[in-house]
Design a protein around this ligand. Structure first.
Ligand SMILES: [Zn+2]
Length: 375
């Protein structure tokens, strides 16, 4: 909450104090990224224009050279601003410019910093290649701009714009946070913030550490709720480190007893922790995933087994929840956790930012809601 209000203040003061003469009008997108420890420094960004939602400025910072910002080909110079909100030490930038429609998608650009009230060019590149790494004299700047001076340089396409200090990018997502597929094929991002990691809960030490996935898209028609037969898949290659093959459901009286105890003590026990039948997968590089409430585990999925990205590991269910104890189909969903270096992904990240981070993380899946869900 606090971070959000700081952001709005920043944005407000920027908008109010910035002279339009110097900044130009704010671009078609102004956005903010604060993914906690996932990126080195929270920043906002804006662009002079943007061709389309799918080729927007967000793609400039996703560590994927194949996604682009594509300018709208206005008859004016184009630019991209990264604003850290406070001074950062910077000594290099990297700009990725693909070949697009048979030619390099920008012929020339300048790197600028705001010097008093004017943009000052500190570097010019008129020999643009695919990956352009520019070492700069060390500077302390809070705002840096990539400027395309040629008006005839239309429809500029940029794959990445990284600001670096000693080789470490301050404004991009490390590779281990991207390239996964969603654990429910066709599954959709939770529509309620309470279903995201970091949401408050009365048990589990007060914090919900996973994603609650209830809906998936259909080939035709509106999204529908998950049912017992829906498949769950590994989001990436990995090794199974837990598979509850000997799981036994709680009776209703056990469920009530453990629920009361968890609420009284403000903790969740390792045994009878309401996660039900679980599978955990180690994906390497410190990234792990955990599947909860499964109705069954696919044969062959056991500790030590290797799985491929997209390989089925089990079926969705409601194990560990009251629906299972009552023997009905109430509350069927996947509770899915991502753990990075032993901490759940989402710790200290606001819901609006978490939604963006999940788009990065599951870059192999389309998580956008295609329409209004049934039921
Ligand atoms: Zn959950």
């Amino acid at each position: 909450m606090r971070k959000k209000s700081i952001f709005f203040l920043l944005l407000l003061s920027w908008t109010v104090s910035a002279s339009p003469k110097n900044y130009g009008s704010l671009g078609s997108e102004v956005d903010f990224l604060d993914f906690g420890r996932v990126i080195a420094a929270p920043f906002s960004y804006s662009v002079s224009s943007s061709f389309h939602e799918e080729y927007g400025a967000f793609n400039l910072f996703d560590s994927d050279q194949k996604t682009y910002w594509y300018s709208s080909a206005d008859l004016k110079p184009e630019w991209i601003i990264v604003d850290f909100g406070a001074k950062r030490l910077i000594n290099a930038v990297e700009v990725v410019v693909p070949i697009f429609r048979g030619k390099r998608a920008a012929e020339e650009y300048e790197i600028q910093i705001l010097y008093q009230e004017n943009w000052k060019t500190i570097f010019k590149n008129s020999k643009v290649e695919l990956v352009n790494l520019h070492t700069l004299p060390p500077i302390d700047a809070s705002i840096i701009r990539l400027y395309f001076p040629k008006k005839e340089d239309r429809s500029i396409v940029i794959g990445e714009f990284k600001v670096l200090l000693n080789g470490a990018a301050l404004n991009s997502i490390p590779a281990r946070f991207t390239g996964y597929q969603y654990p429910v094929p066709g599954g959709l991002i939770p529509d309620k913030d309470i279903q995201l990691p970091g949401a408050p809960r009365e048990y589990r030490n007060g914090i919900h550490k996973g994603l609650d996935i209830y809906y998936k898209r259909e080939k035709i028609g509106p999204p529908r709720r998950l049912v017992f037969d829906d498949s769950l898949v590994s989001p990436a290659d990995g090794t199974i480190i837990r598979a509850d093959l000997d799981y036994s459901p709680m009776t209703l009286s056990e469920f009530q007893k453990y629920s009361a105890l968890a609420q009284k003590n403000g903790v969740t026990f390792v045994e009878k922790d309401f996660g039900g039948r679980q599978v955990w997968i180690d994906h390497g590089n410190g990234v792990m995933s955990s599947f909860n409430h499964l109705s069954s585990i696919k044969s062959g999925i056991k500790v030590g087994a290797k799985v491929k990205s997209g390989e089925e590991i089990g079926k969705v269910g409601n194990s560990g929840l009251s629906g299972e104890a009552k023997g009905n189909d109430e509350n069927i969903h996947l509770h899915f956790e991502l753990w990075v270096d032993g901490e759940y992904l989402g710790a200290g990240i606001a819901p609006s930012q978490m939604r963006k981070l999940l788009q990065f993380f599951f870059s192999k899946s389309d998580l956008r809601w295609p329409g209004v869900p049934t039921n």
